[in-house]
Ligand binder design. Structure first.
Ligand SMILES: [Zn+2]
Length: 242
């Protein structure tokens, strides 16, 4: 399944069962870009099949919004034919995750100290019946402040995002389409099975978003927001923690 946001922006929808997030797509004159690499090779296959069914070219670049498993664990299956791009903090966290041991015993230990939130455990187990199949790759291009990719008829701008979800959130803005890809940047911090808002990063996020010129926003796990809807939602949450 593939949904269209604007003339040149699309996404495959999230699914709750194994917590697969929305995966974005920007079609450019010169080349196309994937946003987030999915939670597994099977998730990536679903995405590429949807593009093929709709006659859309395979992306040349894949941008990672943050390091969480559901947004990055599919990267190993696209490394042969896409160039991966991530912010510095995301790549550092991916390197850290490469040292994890993937078996039941270690997963339980990671969940106990919230290295991996307990919320993720059933989803990971369902997506990976054999945990040892998990293979984590890092990005090929890493940026610190800002990165731009020129697609011919579209310019993509990637920057760090203030977010309470994790300190390695980055956004991608398709400037001409005015579509902002946020990953989980609008989400709370996940601790165990709880979603916790923090006042300061939420204030910073609202301020940052107000200054970005966009009409629509694709986040990680719900359908598209307009800029107003997103800001209203965040301001309601801010009022609840203030
Ligand atoms: Zn996340």
């Amino acid at each position: 399944m593939l949904y269209q946001i604007t003339d040149n922006t699309y996404y495959t929808p999230s699914s709750e069962e194994t917590d697969r997030p929305n995966l974005g797509y920007i079609r450019g004159e010169e080349c196309s870009v994937m946003v987030d690499s999915g939670n597994s090779p099977a998730h990536v296959k679903e995405y590429l099949d949807a593009l093929a069914e709709n006659g859309l070219p395979v992306p040349r670049y894949v941008f990672l919004t943050h390091h969480h498993w559901d947004h990055t664990f599919g990267l190993s299956s696209v490394d042969d034919f896409m160039v991966s791009v991530a912010g510095f903090n995301t790549n550092e966290k991916l390197k850290e995750q490469q040292s994890y041991i993937w078996d039941d015993e270690h997963l339980n230990a990671y969940c106990e100290d919230n290295t991996i939130p307990l919320f993720c455990k059933p989803h990971i187990l369902l997506e990976y019946p054999k945990l040892s199949d998990i293979c984590i790759h890092t990005a090929m291009i890493v940026f610190k402040d800002e990165l731009r990719i020129e697609l011919g008829d579209e310019t993509l701008v990637m920057r760090h995002l203030t977010s309470g979800h994790t300190d390695d959130c980055y956004y991608l803005l398709a400037e001409k389409a005015k579509v902002l890809f946020l990953g989980d940047g609008n989400s709370e911090e996940v601790v165990g099975t709880d979603w916790i808002d923090h006042k300061e990063p939420l204030e910073g996020l609202i301020k940052q978003l107000e200054d970005i010129d966009f009409d629509y926003c694709l986040t990680g796990h719900v359908p598209v927001y307009t800029k107003n809807e997103l800001l209203e939602d965040l301001k309601e949450r801010l009022a609840a923690v203030s």
